[in-house]
Ligand binder design. Sequence first.
Ligand code: NAD
Ligand code: DAU
Length: 337
Amino acid sequence: MKKVLVTGGAGFIASNFLHYMVDKYPNYNFVCLDALTYAGNYNNLEPIIDKDNFKFVKGDITDIRLVDKLFKEENFNWVINFAAESHVDNSISNPSIFLTTNIIGTQILMDKSRKYEVERYHQVSTDEVYGDLPLDRPDLLFTETTPLHASSPYSSSKAGADLLVESYYRTFGLPITISRCSNNYGPYQFPEKLIPVVISKALKDELIPVYGTGKNIRDWIHVYDHNIGIDMILHHGKVGEIYNLGGRSERTNLEVVKTILKYLNKSEALINYVTDRPGHDLRYGIDCTKIENELSWLRTYNFDKGIKETIDWYTNNQNWIEDIETGNYQKTYYQRK
Ligand code: NAD
Ligand code: DAU
């Protein structure tokens, strides 16, 4: 029996995490704390909202009084911090909120984790904290000991949070773990990120914006495999350790776009090259040997299987995207309350 706090649970990755965990561990109780920012979608929690071992709390991780009250009332064993501002382009237009949520929010959750003596604080981080790799050196990969070298306000805020988490382990002995994952894809991803943007636009025969040359490389992992990795780290990981998670599926952005267009039987004429993202990271390549060897973590998806399933999901759930486009998704919580 564990009482688990999951922050950011109405977002893409953590909603998928909750779908998996709430079902898998009926004896654990899960509390989701989410501020329902523009990226939070209460509809994502539909499959679990009425389960006995699940509870939703609307609130901000930077609201010290609310967070203190919640920790006091619930007596959490585990805290898993997914909540973040997560979109690089937004961090370029408005860095401030990234520092507040991603760094200060992490500090507040860890202070309360210390005060109420949680058994584990897990920080969901990203491979972007390592910066980028050159396109002409496929032999280079990020390992857990690669120095942090972030490029955008988003990745800098995540790197700052990671350093803070490590400092709470060393200074206060807070029992922490950190996971750093590559680019996720799968159901319920907000249509601001590459794959849902491409699918939703292709379905409507709209132009698909490809930044710069389209040659930038990302390592794609299905969200389900990310989440089984976090489950393993929570149950079997070593306190104080960092674990990389990756898909071993590097693709250029153009390859991803063309794969989607081909599966949907749409023309490549929809590809529209647009101005590049400032500071655009060239390549992410992640070495996840540590978690494969130490925790026997293995992916269940390859990219070909995962992307087809994902395209089918968005094709069959176009109302989910429409609700976002009309803004209706932001009403669901208040209608159901
Ligand atoms: P997302 O943007 O889809 O969801 C973020 C969620 O956090 C939303 O539900 C939002 O309402 C909530 N939130 C934001 N600010 C909050 C606050 N101040 N208080 C409470 N809730 C708040 O993000 P995602 O893509 O699911 O990413 C989740 C985590 O995983 C993030 O920490 C991100 O850095 C990390 N990550 C993402 C990826 C990826 O490919 N998307 C890869 C590796 C790591
Ligand atoms: O690597 C993990 C990270 O992956 C996470 O930490 C971030 O939260 C997540 O947003 C993601 O960051 P990226 O910047 O890699 O993801 P995004 O989907 O925004 O972009 C993927 C690539 O596609 C990137 O090279 C930019 C490009 N792109 C993106 C969009 C939205 C386009 O060419 N066109 C687009 O419209």
